[in-house]
Design a binder for this molecule. Structure first.
Ligand SMILES: [Ca+2]
Ligand SMILES: [Ca+2]
Length: 880
């Protein structure tokens, strides 16, 4: 215990407030001077609490590793006032606050098989660590299959869409299942569309292949056609350099180092502190706020992630994960010139009641989660004090996130974050959103996230082939006063078996947004995706450049238009493409949107307006005063989007903006680091392919859904199952039951997912059908490597048995008897045979497919009767 006398000495030392020095080599019995520093931050904190209220205080961390074994907790006693602030400051960024422990070189044993081992002093019963770094490089916890590869699951039973989205059980392929899958501690890491989830298998049915998981909160969106997963954390999964495994029972760490790495000479670190290094516990409820507390020039390093079975899975954006610096009720404070690195979850979380704080000039990278999170969930009780408002996140470099929580974001504003400014940040190498704004899926309910400004950010290499349904800037719900302006966005991609790698993406309910003067180029699926779900309204999109998306430039998804007003006004934008098309999705004739005075350019190709040409489009009142012309960029090939002085955009009122000023400004050190970042390589997932389909349904149980292929239904009483009521061969066939009152005319439907390159390949498809009166059957082949798909051979059989191709009636097929259809495809040409017993075979064709139909990914059978109570059967499906 420190004596009162020495405290007096400490406080007497500083002429302008108190300076306390802390060094890992210090001693808490010391006076806290530079020469005789303290050892711990806890001691410094407690000493500062004893000062006079009008004295400012600095805790100066000398260089070295300041190890924590638990988070440093600060409360209202630990802040200052505007004239007497409290600052924790590093001597340099080599003053490191670390929640990690290193393994001494002499602890390592090199095994004959390339596996090194070391004993770790890990407390019995403590949840084991899940990350490891060797010389600052994050290693992979042993997994199978190895990085970049996956196993695949599907839903166990057909369900209604709602059940299908939140199913708790899956069927996995037996051939994938290693014999250790059910051992304790093994994580099943699934990738449903826009998130990933660590799950733990509770049971496995060897007969059906069905697995179920521990815990009731488990819900995994199961809509992905080939759900990806891998198994993590078993000694038998340890098989490639860069992997490690911790044997808890034996307290032994096993590592296969990268080639040439000698672990005896390396710094090997594992985290001992979970989630948070600093916790600031102010309270907006009691008014005990923490004020005027500053962090400067410090490095925060090594936290662990929470992923065992009790962890809470975030439905979106890893919103429940936490920052290494976590604050509640923090006012008028700052984090500047700091580095946040090698973390299990996020960098910084400012949650309920954090106001007027500044996060500036920080370098935040190598993250299990995301960068900066401002408010996450909608508060139960709303008042002005609970909001995370008037904060500034500026000039930060955020990159290399989502290592554990793939859905984590660069910057996230959730439940009640308003009047915040996100400006001049550079954000890249995240697997989901760059910036996420909002936490309501409704366009009619008021929200608590609004009046935020997202400007001058440079956001690039987002998605990188991992997840779906993502964007550089993403919004949800009503956001009056929110402005998205002067951002430079490029290279946005998504999972190659998924969908949705967009630039700016106002999702469900997004309303009252101003999207102005942004440059968005080289996205996979579109520069702008205006999702028209939940009556979004009053969005204005002006003066932007949307260029060179692979698919469409401008997407409008769904169509739940507002009851009054417009969904969006698009004006004075430059929209330009070489590949893909201009407008796609649901920019329909009766859609509630306006678009005019834009400069449109397809590099000489005719622009496509939702399938219309310009003349047809203008007849609907759209783009009447727009111009189709070369925008005259300085150098489009080299992505210089400045305009030449004779650009026709200028005459339309386009106002050029200096997009090169987006990103970090006035910080040469961070700018240099930003320039050195290597974009993440896009992950290209190898998906299971089906060699050939030959299905007579005889080996399946009545009432089952087929093992190969996918069934899509809306209601449990309108489905597709194996039946013994009719059969073309043997005793069984596939029965389709359609009922009135379904939302989509295309349900129920059934599809095979193959993945065949059609170059030089001949494909023959055959099936037998037994139709009843009123059945409408559509049979289609699709290339889903494009979004939306490119149709191939397509046959429609109407309710009276009329068989048509491309709107032309060709033949009549009978009801209540089996007949056969054969389709032959080769070199963009296909033909058709209709074989009715007792009649001469009819041949039709040749028909042409689009040049874009290059890969056969989907073969579907759609019950297209609307509002009818009908059923029919298919049998002997063969496609090869
Ligand atoms: Ca492995
Ligand atoms: Ca059969």
């Amino acid at each position: 215990m420190r004596s009162t006398l020495s405290l007096m000495m400490v406080f007497g030392l500083a002429a302008h407030g108190i300076d306390l020095y802390v060094s890992p080599a210090g001693d808490d019995g010391n006076a806290g001077t530079r020469e005789n520093p303290l050892k711990t931050l806890v001691c410094a904190r407690d000493l500062i609490r004893l000062r006079k209220q009008d004295e400012s205080a600095r805790v100066i961390l000398l260089n070295g590793i300041h190890k924590l074994s638990e988070p440093l907790v600060l409360d209202e006693r630990d802040g200052g006032t505007s004239t007497a602030p409290v600052t924790y400051e590093g001597e340099s960024l080599d003053a490191i606050i670390s929640g990690g422990e290193s393994i001494p070189g002499n602890a390592w044993q090199q095994g004959a098989n390339g596996v090194w081992t070391a004993k770790v002093d890990w407390p019995k019963g403590k949840i084991p660590f899940v990350q490891l770094w060797v010389d600052g490089r994050r290693l992979t916890r042993a997994r199978t299959p190895n990085e970049g590869k996956y196993f695949f699951y599907r839903c166990a039973v057909p369900r209604t869409p709602e059940q299908k989205r939140f199913t708790k059980s899956f069927v996995i392929r037996k051939l994938d299942m290693p014999d250790w899958m059910l051992d304790p501690g093994v994580a099943f890491v699934g990738y449903p569309h826009w998130s990933n989830k660590y799950a733990y298998i509770e049971s496995y049915d060897a007969e059906t292949g069905e697995v179920s998981f521990v815990g009731n909160d488990f819900a995994m969106h199961c809509v992905e056609k080939d759900g990806r997963y891998y198994l993590e954390n078993h000694i038998k999964a340890l098989d490639v350099p860069g992997e490690w495994y911790f044997d808890e029972a034996a307290s032994t760490l096993h590592v296969i180092p990268q080639e040439g790495v000698d672990l005896r000479k390396s710094q090997v670190v594992y985290p001992v502190v979970r989630r948070n290094l600093i916790v600031i516990n102010g309270s907006h409820e009691t008014g005990k706020l923490v004020k005027n507390l500053h962090f400067k020039n410090l490095t925060f390093m090594h936290t662990d992630a929470h992923i065992e079975s009790s962890y809470k899975h975030s439905v979106q954006g890893a919103h429940v994960q936490q920052g290494a610096l976590l604050a509640y009720g923090l006012h008028d404070s700052s984090v500047r010139d700091c580095e946040f690195v090698h973390l299990g979850e996020h960098g910084i979380s400012l949650l309920e009641g954090c106001q007027r704080n500044v996060i500036r000039d920080n370098h935040i990278h190598d993250l299990g989660g995301g960068g900066v999170y401002l408010s996450v969930e909608v508060p139960r009780i709303w008042n002005d004090s609970v909001g995370t408002n008037h904060n500034t996140v500026e000039n930060n470099l955020l990159h290399d996130g989502g290592h554990i929580y793939r859905h984590a974001c660069g910057i996230f504003l959730g439940g009640s974050a308003s009047y915040n400014t996100l400006s001049h940040n550079e954000i890249c190498n995240f697997s989901w959103d760059g910036v996420h704004l909002g936490w309501s899926w409704s366009g009619t309910n008021k929200t608590l996230t609004h009046h935020n400004t997202v400007s001058w950010n440079h956001i690039h290499h987002i998605g990188n082939g991992v997840l779906s349904d993502l964007a550089a800037i993403y919004t949800l719900g009503q956001q009056p006063g929110t402005v998205i302006q002067y951002n430079h966005i490029h290279h946005i991609s998504r999972n190659n078996g998924g969908y949705g790698g967009w630039g700016i993406y106002p999702d469900a309910g997004s309303s009252y947004l101003t999207i102005d003067s942004n440059l968005v180029h080289d996205t996979e699926d579109g520069g702008l995706h205006m999702h028209c779900y939940s009556q979004p309204h009053d969005n204005v999109v002006t003066n932007n450049i949307f260029a060179y998306s692979e698919a469409y430039q401008m997407i409008r998804g769904n169509q739940l238009d507002p009851k009054e007003g417009l969904h969006v006004e698009l004006e004075r934008n430059i929209i330009c493409h070489e590949k893909g098309r201009l407008y796609g999705g649901s920019w329909t004739k009766d859609g509630k949107f306006s678009t005019d005075r834009n400069l449109l350019w397809g590099h000489g190709k005719e622009c496509s307006f939702n399938g219309n040409n310009l003349k047809m489009w203008r007849e609907t009142g759209r783009d009447v005063n727009s111009v189709v012309a070369d925008p005259k960029f300085v150098d489009a090939d080299n992505r210089d989007f400045h305009l030449l002085s004779d650009s026709p955009a200028l005459a339309l009122g386009f106002n050029p903006f200096p997009y090169e000023q987006a990103g970090i400004q006035g910080n040469p050190k961070l700018q240099k680091l930003a320039a050195m970042i290597v974009p993440r390589e896009k992950e290209l997932v190898e998906r299971p392919t089906i060699g050939a389909i030959s299905e007579d349904f005889e080996s399946l149980k009545v009432g089952q859904i087929p093992e190969i292929g996918s069934v899509y239904i809306e209601r449990e009483d309108a489905g597709i199952v194996v039946s013994d009521e009719q059969a073309a061969s043997g005793k069984k066939s596939l029965k389709f039951i359609d009922k009135p009152g379904q939302k989509h005319g295309y349900n129920p439907h059934f599809a095979y997912y193959v993945n065949w390159d059609l170059l030089g390949r001949k494909v023959i498809g055959k099936f037998k059908a037994y139709l009843t009166e009123g059945t409408i059957l559509e049979h289609q082949w699709r290339d889903w490597t494009h979004s939306p798909f490119v149709p191939g051979p397509t046959i429609l059989i109407g309710g009276d048995g009329t068989l048509a191709v491309g709107g032309t009636a060709l033949a009549k097929v009978p009801h209540n008897t089996w007949f056969e259809i054969q389709v032959e495809y080769e070199k963009s040409t296909w033909s058709l045979q209709v074989i009715v017993p007792g009649e001469a075979t009819k041949r039709f064709g040749e028909f042409k497919t689009s040049d874009d139909f290059k890969r056969l990914t989907w073969i579907g059978f759609v019950s297209a009767a609307a509002d009818k109570d009908i059923h029919f059967y298919l049998d002997d499906i063969s496609i090869k």
